[in-house]
Design a protein around this ligand. Sequence first.
Ligand code: UDP
Ligand code: MN
Length: 328
Amino acid sequence: MEQLGCKLKSCAVVLGLLMVVAFTSYSIMGLETPSILHAWLRPSSKSLVTKLPNATSEVFITVKTTHSSHATRLQLILDTWFTEVMPGNVAFITDSEDDVYMAKTGDSLIPTSCGKSHSIYDLCCKTGAEYDAFMKTSSPHWWCHVDDDDYVNIKRLKEVLKGFESNSSNYVGRLSRGINSVMWKGKEIYFYFGTGGAGYCITRHLANLVYPYAANGAFERTCSTVQAADDCTMGFIINGLLGVPLNESFFLHSHQETLNTIPESTFKEQAILSYKGENRIRINPNLAAFNESHDPTRMLSLHCIVHPKAKICPQTKTVKQEGSDEVT
Ligand code: UDP
Ligand code: MN
């Protein structure tokens, strides 16, 4: 018995070493690790999603982010739209511990054990954790996913969602390309989905139906099975499997569209706007609060259009000077 136990132990060690070697070789070669290896080597994200914000608003927003974006994209969110949201109603789902940003977000950073890459497995792992975070809240009727390069006008987002029944199954997003199909249990399933970069929202009613395919690590498995990206897989579950249609909102904008054609006069009406390199909204330089070198994404200036009185925005102050009239 003793000997057999030892043999089993050595086998386990050898097997473990082989798996580490395989995993490392894949990483060195820059290849995506096969899903089967992922499933074995990486613990599920669920165990780390324990602490949860105190969500009391109608809408709970999760932002998908990654460690290398904390000081850049996440900081930009903290400087802009995060200040307009009641604490506890936004959670940042990321892939590593970060005490600095944990403090800066008022404990709204949720580190997971998901990998840091742009592979569908790692991104699906984080989307699953976003879903799990929402399911750990109780008040909000809506869950909205956004990327960390999205500006959210929270007041407008809530107004847009008011146009849909919150007590039934509703899926609101921006249509990504045409009809899609994946193989599921030997059958081809056709569906539409909302592009993740434009943000999408689902009601709690619908989130409950999504549960078997998404909760506690299931989302990552569903992605692996259909070999599709996170937003596509979400659409597959909602539209393809559950038959719930996508309600398209034209107030949601990813950087897949040409952003400089959106009229400046409509910026206050938009619920979500994104940016990517040169593809960004165009703000009249004479009216912009910040120049392009200080505000390359234009999100600071956008924030000052939406919230002119925000702290970061230049204020036209009325100063009372002794012996003179009020000057501006
Ligand atoms: N992202 C991530 N890990 C990565 C790269 C990106 O979690 O290695 C997240 C990123 O924070 C963002 C989303 O995935 O919320 C989309 O990434 P990005 O905007 O860089 O790429 P896109 O797909 O929009 O071109
Ligand atoms: Mn992006």
